[in-house]
Design a protein around this ligand. Structure first.
Ligand code: HEM
Ligand SMILES: *[C@@H]1O[C@H](CO)[C@@H](O)[C@H](O)[C@H]1NC(C)=O
Ligand SMILES: *[C@@H]1O[C@H](CO)[C@@H](O)[C@H](O)[C@H]1NC(C)=O
Ligand SMILES: CC(=O)N[C@H]1CO[C@H](CO)[C@@H](O)[C@@H]1O
Length: 320
């Protein structure tokens, strides 16, 4: 047992060093005179002009990639049991933007820039295009060789304490979680994921009392009580003028009982998170800075660095 303990300590030590290998500007000077970060930014900016929903797509993609088996682009791999094919990914889009950015950097400098780094860079660029604050992204991740098999993402009705444990198990604090859920300031969900709140909450035969009754009644017309439910999309941020903006409006909405997912609303009510929600609702700069820091922290989860994994040639297939 003692030897096993020592091995565990040694392995944990190594993992710690790997994390240390991530650095801001890892690719600086490695692609001749070309700047790989601005190549990625160019692709994201071009797409954003015609489709501002890519902000939500890219944020969601980074969360799903990092949370399942670490930020290793395993999400992007084709494969039957992959994250890509698992039910929670119904909402994950944006693969084509990553592929396009990859093609651009690959043309300039083959097998240099990992798909995992492109995800992190593209999400940052999207945040900044959508009115959020830019942040320095650490790079130097490498890509997984295999798709993840154990896809286990939190569902919309998870409790705050369960969510706190899930984030804690990844090394993320309650405060990180409150900040990261601020990503729900953009994007959409679909009727089946919150319809229980509109008609028969928790088997009470009544709507969720923590939802603003006017909002609940509006949403009942958008999501009729049909079986199977309609799959209509509904904005996560119910302020129409900020639904595509990365700002602290999400926190204001949930304090006004206008959260859509059960977890969003619960965040504003649970004593473990309510104070942070109020602080963030009161200050967009605090949110913007904190969100960037939390994204950097999430972007370092269980990464591969150095000689681990590989740098894929294309993001949906591992190199042969
Ligand atoms: C407890 C944690 C979380 C839960 C339970 C959760 C759950 C969900 C659910 C159920 C949806 C709607 C999916 C659909 O209707 O198709 C969603 C959407 C979304 N989530 Fe989360 N999420 C969590 C954390 C995060 C984090 C940490 C991020 C990013 C940093 C994130 C970013 C997004 C975005 C941007 C969307 C909108 C996607 C789109 O419009 O395509 N979520 N989330
Ligand atoms: C749902 O109902 C159960 C049993 O009445 C109760 O213990 C629980 O707190 C309720 N959950 C929510 C989210 O209201
Ligand atoms: C809605 O969003 C706009 C634009 O960001 C903001 O000025 C306004 O205060 C928001 N309204 C509410 C009720 O939060
Ligand atoms: C279950 C499900 O719909 N999975 C989807 C995940 O993403 C891929 C690529 O966009 C879709 O083809 C799958 O249908």
């Amino acid at each position: 047992m003692k030897i096993l303990g020592l091995i565990v300590v040694a392995v944990v030590g190594l993992v710690g060093q790997c994390h240390g290998a991530l650095q801001v500007g890892f690719y600086n000077g490695k692609c001749g005179t070309k700047d790989v970060e601005s190549m990625v930014q160019g692709v994201v900016a071009q797409r954003f002009k015609s489709d501002n929903t890519i902000v939500a797509a890219l944020l969601c993609l980074q969360f799903h990639d990092c949370f399942v088996s670490g930020c290793d682009a395993s999400l992007l791999l084709d494969g039957t049991s992959s994250e890509k094919n698992a039910p929670p990914n119904l909402s994950v889009r944006g693969y084509d933007i990553i592929n396009q950015a990859k093609a651009a950097v690959e043309a300039a400098c083959p097998e240099l820039v990992s798909c995992a780094d492109i995800i992190a860079l593209a999400a940052r660029d999207a945040v900044s295009l959508a009115g959020g604050r830019s942040y320095a992204v650490q790079t130097g991740r490498r890509d997984a060789l295999f798709p993840a098999t154990n896809v286990n993402l939190p569902g919309p009705s998870i409790s705050v304490s369960q969510a706190i444990s899930a984030f804690k198990s990844k090394g993320l604090s309650t405060n990180d979680m409150v900040l990261l859920l601020g990503a729900h300031t953009v994007g959409v969900t679909h009727c089946p994921l919150f319809q229980n709140r509109l008609y028969n909450f928790n088997n009470t035969g009544k709507p969720d009392p923590t939802m603003n009754p006017t909002l609940a009644s509006q949403l009942r017309t958008v999501c009729p009580n049909a079986s199977p439910p309609q799959n209509t999309a509904v904005n996560l941020d119910q302020n129409a003028s900020s639904a595509f903006i990365v700002d602290n409006d999400y926190y204001k909405q949930i304090l006004s009982k206008r959260g859509i997912l059960q977890i969003d609303q619960a965040l504003a009510l649970d004593s473990a998170t309510r104070t942070s929600v109020m602080v963030l609702a009161a200050s967009n700069p605090l949110f913007s800075i904190g969100f960037g820091n939390a994204m950097v922290k999430m972007g370092a989860l269980q990464i591969l660095t150095g000689t681990q994994g590989q740098v894929r040639k294309v993001c949906n297939v591992a190199n042969g």
